[in-house]
Design a protein around this ligand. Structure first.
Ligand code: PLP
Length: 381
């Protein structure tokens, strides 16, 4: 997989000319840059990018060009990627569980910010990371709803543990901070409100003035018609609640969106391999490919169907069962998918808002997963 240097007008032009038999993801640099500026202009603090959501080099290059100066990394690979592509950017190593060799790698690369959610992992950091000028953010969790699935199931300290960790961080001479992640595709802004108020409570109980509060990622991208993300409302709420909860001790704010920065900058074109007995639609991409997260967080209804010549299918919407190409019966899109009644073998099914957790979760299971990438001026088909 590598991004072709040719820049196409839009996906339709490429599909008409190239007639690709493999799935193709189209990337619009203008869209990722606009998303970055929307965050930088609107969010009341530092904007960092969660690299895991889409580590494609062109995405990082365009985010850096648009002014993103910080990156949330979870592995040695991601740290090295950012050091190479954005050498002066801040790296926040926010995977709360790390092997010792990974910590040593981060220290050697000058990483100055780490998150933690347990005593055992904090002891490792204290042993291996020089405290001077280094931030440790205690990651806490709350039983709040709002996101598409629950990240608290794996990471985050409960309030009592977070209070103890925060005290230890301050005593050990690190810069004390707090962090949380409300969970991905979080469409309820009040999730952030509960977490920010809880952060103030933890700081108060620990008797520690925190330097920064990282409000995580989880900001949604545009997956459903008529449900456009209300980012500015969420930014305003975060700003207001931070002041209310912390008063004079208000910390600097940081956010680490992944999906909301890269999600809408990519559009997928999958091809109809077969219409089995005119009922089941088989695509050349599925849940082992770039459509991996649909069963986890729900289907995207921002779809179009194009005939091989690029003409849009305009038949009445008709529910279909849609399968991916592999021999595993799990490889099916969730529920019924409304597709034009005249969808035909060889058509292109276009899925918008596909930039997050797609390129990077695509697998080669069963020999499929050869995914094309192309740059376009516009994603409009
Ligand atoms: C995955 C992750 C993010 C990014 O989540 P999005 O839903 O893509 O915004 C941010 N912070 C942490 C700690 C994460 O694990």
């Amino acid at each position: 997989m590598g991004l072709s240097k040719t820049i196409w007008t839009n996906p339709t032009e490429y599909l008409r000319v190239q007639q690709p038999e493999n799935p193709v993801l189209f990337f619009a640099p203008t869209v990722v840059q606009a998303a970055a500026r929307r965050f930088i202009d609107g969010f009341p603090g530092m904007v960092t990018y969660a690299v895991k959501s889409n580590p494609t080099e062109e995405v990082i290059d365009n985010l850096a060009a648009a002014g993103v100066r910080g990156y949330d990394c979870a592995s040695a690979f991601e740290i090295d990627l950012i050091r190479r592509l954005a050498p002066d950017a801040a790296i926040h190593y926010n995977n709360p569980v790390r092997a010792r060799h990974e910590i040593a790698h981060a220290v050697a690369r000058g990483v100055k910010s780490y998150s933690v959610d347990s005593k055992s992992e904090l002891a490792k950091l204290i042993e291996l990371v020089p405290a001077e000028g280094t931030e440790i953010s205690v990651r806490f969790k709350l039983p709040v709803a709002g996101a598409a699935y629950n990240f608290g199931a794996k990471f985050g300290a409960t309030e009592d543990v977070a209070v103890e960790l925060l005290k230890t961080v301050a005593e050990a001479g690190f810069i004390p901070s707090l962090t949380f992640h409300p969970g991905t595709q979080c469409t309820d802004p009040h999730a952030w409100e509960s977490y920010i108020r809880e952060a103030a409570e933890i700081a108060r109980k620990a008797g520690v003035t925190i330097a920064r509060l990282n409000v995580g990622g989880g900001f949604p991208n545009h997956r459903l018609h008529g449900v456009a993300p209300q980012l500015e409302e969420t930014f305003a709420l975060i700003d207001r609640v931070a002041t209310e909860a912390f008063g004079a001790d208000r910390p600097l704010l940081v956010c680490e969106p992944g999906r909301a920065l890269c999600g809408d900058a990519f559009t997928l074109a999958a091809r109809v391999k077969a219409l089995r007995d005119d009922t089941h639609v088989f695509l050349n991409d599925g849940v082992y490919g770039s459509l991996n997260e649909l069963p986890l967080i729900g289907v995207i209804d921002r779809m179009d169907v194009l005939a091989p010549n690029g003409d849009r299918r305009v038949g009445e919407a008709h529910p279909r069962i849609v399968f991916g190409p592999t021999c595993d019966s799990v490889d099916r899109l969730p529920g019924d998918i409304a597709l034009p009644a005249d969808v035909a073998e060889g058509d292109f099914v276009i899925v918008h808002g596909m930039g997050a957790y797609s390129v990077v979760t695509n697998s080669r299971f069963n020999g499929f997963g050869e995914l094309g990438l192309a740059t376009v001026l516009s994603l409009r088909v």
